[in-house]
Design a protein around this ligand. Structure first.
Ligand code: KG4
Ligand code: ZN
Length: 349
């Protein structure tokens, strides 16, 4: 039982307010212990017109969204502002301008209300989303494949606060590969969920793409994107409606290749580490094919798998809040001089 829960120090689970603004979603959440009381996300649709996130527009939209998102989160939680125990906020990795908005808001709010503020690593929070209710919560150590729009890593999670990167992409992230291929196919942004949806009615082996040979547990996705670009160009040369007529099979084949790369590396990580408790986290963990592949390994390989609920896969502030809870329980304190850190690394020993 963490010290803060003891009756003399804190007779109830901590109430944590969290702010997430690392990319293009403005999130504010309130949790009581591991229970989510509110989890507000203001998505920024403006980027759809550009086929990707425009950093300057993202920062401006965060500045507009953050106070309404905060007010809504407080209302929905039924908590009074004066009851909050700490404010957690994403300080990296992410887009500098976007991070600045959330960091400034969270630190100012904490200072004005006389409560601690806690900087949180966005990727660590994706992993710790597994410690929100309803669970089950993994026990340590476990392996986590973190797959988002900006990161793809195989992580040995030793504790909530100590994580070791076993392997990672050398170039594009898995989510980026989904988004870039979708863009080449003329599909809307973000392309991951659109490809996932199309793939469900397609043939995953119709168009075989080759997988890169990368040593160890590292991965690579940029060559695949170039290969698919060439393949689509060729197809369109022979038939101008090639993409349109084959989009389900193309989506299924692309998804199959990306997931094979991820699953092969994940299987090697399990073999090498001997750890069979395996989680996935980040936006791409919403992918139906990846979720199924993981469940299949539970049956065939005897893994214990942890798949996050959909609302905690893509960016949200509830995951920042639970990471904040873990740090709050550790008793570590932070000053108001913490700055955004766009390339922040996972906390290791
Ligand atoms: O974690 P996230 O919300 O933001 C970052 O931290 O980057 O991840 C966003 C990424 C995008 O690349 C998006 O296309 C991808 O997650 N994504 C998916 C799915 N849902 C979101 N990729 C494949 N299948 C999905 N169902
Ligand atoms: Zn994320």
């Amino acid at each position: 039982m963490p010290a803060y829960f003891s009756a003399e120090i804190m007779p109830r689970p901590p109430l944590i307010l969290a702010v997430e603004s690392s990319c293009d979603d403005t999130g504010v959440a309130i949790i009581r212990g591991d229970e989510v009381l509110s989890n507000v996300i203001a998505n920024q649709s403006i980027h759809e017109d550009y086929g990707g996130v425009v950093p300057e527009l993202a920062s401006r939209a965060h500045a507009q969204n953050i106070v309404p998102a905060f007010t809504k989160a407080l209302d929905e939680s039924g908590v009074k502002a004066a009851e909050l125990d700490a404010v957690a906020y994403t300080n990296g990795p992410g887009l500098m301008g976007s991070l600045h908005v959330g960091v400034a808001f969270a630190k100012s709010w904490a200072w004005a209300n006389g409560i601690p503020s806690i900087p949180i690593n966005h990727m660590q929070a994706h992993i710790l989303a597994h410690f929100l209710k309803p669970g089950p919560h993994p026990s340590f150590p476990f392996l986590c494949l973190t797959v988002s729009g900006g990161h793809t890593q195989l992580v040995k999670v030793r504790s909530a606060l100590v994580m070791e990167v076993l392997g990672e992409t050398r170039d594009d992230a898995a989510g980026e590969a989904f988004d870039k291929v979708a863009k080449l196919m003329g599909l809307p942004y973000p392309g991951g969920p659109v490809l996932d949806c199309l793939a469900q009615s397609g043939n995953p082996t119709r168009f075989p793409f080759s997988k890169p040979k990368v040593q160890g547990l590292d991965m690579s996705f940029s060559g695949l994107k170039t290969q698919i670009w060439q393949f689509l160009q060729q197809g369109q040369q022979n038939n101008s409606r090639f993409i349109d007529q084959n989009k389900a099979d193309i989506a299924a084949s692309v998804q199959h290749t990306i997931l094979s790369i991820l699953m092969e590396k994940l299987e090697s990580a399990v073999e090498q580490s001997g750890i069979t408790a395996v989680a996935i986290a980040g936006g791409v963990s919403a992918n139906s094919g990846l979720r199924k592949a993981l469940k299949d390994r539970e049956m065939s390989h005897g893994w214990k798998v942890y798949i996050p609920p959909f609302e905690y896969c893509t960016d949200n502030a509830a995951m920042i809040a639970v990471a904040g809870l873990k740090v709050f329980e550790s008793g570590e304190k932070f000053g108001l001089d913490i700055e955004p850190s766009p390339r922040l690394k996972l906390p290791s020993d």
